[in-house]
Design a protein around this ligand. Sequence first.
Ligand SMILES: O=P(O)(O)OC[C@H]1O[C@H](O[C@H]2O[C@H](CO)[C@@H](O)[C@H](O)[C@H]2O)[C@H](O)[C@@H](O)[C@@H]1O
Length: 262
Amino acid sequence: MRTSNLNTDGASAPAESLSYLPPPPVLLERPALFLDMDGVLAPLAATPDAVVPDARRTVVLRRLVERLDGRVAIISGRTIAEIDRIAERASASASGVHGLERRRADGSLDHAAAAPAVRAAVAAFERFARDRPGMIVEDKAVSAGLHYRGAPTEAAAVEALAHSLAAETGLALQAGHLVVELKTPGTDKGTALNAFMEEPPFAGAMPVMLGDDLTDEDGFRAAADLGGFGVLIGPPRRTAATFGLPDVEAVLTWLDAVEARA
Ligand SMILES: O=P(O)(O)OC[C@H]1O[C@H](O[C@H]2O[C@H](CO)[C@@H](O)[C@H](O)[C@H]2O)[C@H](O)[C@@H](O)[C@@H]1O
């Protein structure tokens, strides 16, 4: 069932020749769903704080968690506190900051210790942002983010700063939608998915990862390695996902359909 846009040997098609992937099936044998937040469960917004709870999303998630006996986890670059704020704690299982935080279905928490260099990265981002209107520094304790959605012409300068700070500090560089992050090394969305899959209620199920961002590719690969698949949300690109959906609306409709047939 390989229809992904990325050859695993690294040879890939030119971007312009990529086509939309087919939609994922709704009838699934004992699925475990791993869901990204921004761009998947919530449309992208001007600032991180502008993303707020949504009644339909919360209802869809709560029904799904119940119907799949808890085999639903939100895996995000946001902190777990932010995931809970936006999803109204619809899912007990959650992983934040690209795998650096993880909360199990029983509420127990794993939390990586912050690399001390994250403080230096936050300070450097704040200095950089001071004279540049529209930039937002996001301090996630284990990771520092610099958002430039409000100042897109600064993209090259932001990337140069992030690369030089990563080389200086040993922090891991993670690029996203108009954001760069310098994070404590050691985890990604794939390690988070694998950790959930080793434990109840996920163990033995078929993992399905929904994501839109580069950071979700680790989750797509991890799901495929365990016999499941990835679903890319948004326009086509080189990806390890097997299926695709166009937008958040299509995601919520698909989740509803999976729930109805589970
Ligand atoms: O892994 P995700 O759940 O997709 O989180 C990725 C990052 O999402 C947030 O930033 C992004 O969404 C914002 C709101 O739509 C948008 O303004 C920003 O430009 C995006 O980069 C969040 O603030 C980050 O911490 C997450 O890493």
